[in-house]
Design a protein around this ligand. Sequence first.
Ligand code: NAP
Length: 442
Amino acid sequence: MRVAVVGAGPSGLYATDALAAAGHSVDVIDRLPVPFGLVRYGVAPDHHSIRSVRNTLEKVFLEPNVRLLAGVEVGVDVSVQELLDAYDAVVLTYGASRDRSLDIPGEELPGSIAATDLVAWYCGHPGADRERIEAALAAATSVVVVGVGNVAVDVTRILVAPDARLAETDMPQHVLDALAGSSISEVHVLGRRSPAHATWTTKELRELGEFDGVDVIVDPDALEMEASSAAHIESDRVVARNVEIIREWSSRDAHAAPKSIRLHFRARPVEIVGTDRVELVKVERTTVDESGAAVGTGETVDIAAQLIVRSVGYRGTPIDDVPFDPRRNVIPNDQGRVLPDAGVPIKGLYVAGWIKRGPSGIIGTNKKDAAATVASLLLDLADEPVKGGNGIIDLLAAKGIQPIGFDGWKRIDAAEQALGASRGRDRTTLHSIEALNSAAKS
Ligand code: NAP
């Protein structure tokens, strides 16, 4: 078979690997000029070992039956229906790249940004809104980060990390310069429930307390657990370990470091206040009820801040010709088979990764998830006649679109390493579409 995989992130490349191993030909299509999706544009640049999964993922392009077609946007340059006509099967793995909002007054003020936008900026995503993010950063000494998941940990860490740690990353030079020049001295992290309900993982949480010059401060009453929180700690060892780390931080009493991270629990933002830009965040105290939900008490406190970063999850977006579940923000499916309302799977159309199950799990979670989708595909199509042909190569040529192949990516790779070497770094990410396209063709 010839299969189109839409999205060259981890789930797309794990699906490609499974399909190629079963002897099928795969075209991996990505709207950006480069592969790797969230491994390049989501995993924090200072998490070198997680980012190094790229070296493993890249090997799939060395398979003779796998092609990269980068710089081709499905839904714009080519439709899903055109892919279904040209391939025996199509696997959508385009992820969940949009932010979720808080739906509170003041959210649109300058200085209020989504973690997705901040992450895109510091990873050098070509679509990042540099001007808005850099203006927001330049104006801030105090920051509120909403959410207590791993993305919240990432953005908090990047905002207070020592310059030397960031210099060892592949962040674009303008990002390093903006972070080095920032005057941020305190980051308030808000969890709307108790520490027992935070979704961060232990290794990531612990790192917050490991920087010289940065205190982690926890309100002592954060550790008073109501029945549902205590039960959660009792039943989950990871949660128990995380709460222990927070307990240890709360017992520290020397708070003299120039920077601080302040963890607030049972605290949810209800309004962002400011005349022309963010000046303070109104935060309501909550309690956690028996079902584990946050319940407002009506009591509010103000936190002075010039920047608020909402890190409350990602969401998937629909694509033309494909059913979408607007409540869960995923493509409805049965073990990867795309299901319209009528319940009969669309022939040849599959999903994997975050657009299949929502934004959860770590990179490795996508390997099993992609394998399950490929298993459904292989089972369904085992006895179907193959279409033959060359995929969408001719169609793209007729539209005047020249995709970037793996050789183009290797030229970008070499250009990024050369740019890094010119400043004594291993690599510097090329962040504009023009620079990426020109390096691919150089
Ligand atoms: P997440 O783990 O789902 O965290 C979202 C956070 O936002 C939760 O604390 C949630 O609290 C909070 N939240 C949601 N709606 C809210 C609201 N209206 N008001 C206040 N708080 C609200 O998602 P994520 O941090 O975006 O991470 C996405 C996935 O990527 C996760 O699976 C994560 O583990 C993974 N990831 C992994 C790494 C790593 O391995 N190093 C790094 C980054 C991301 P409630 O629980 O109360 O809803």
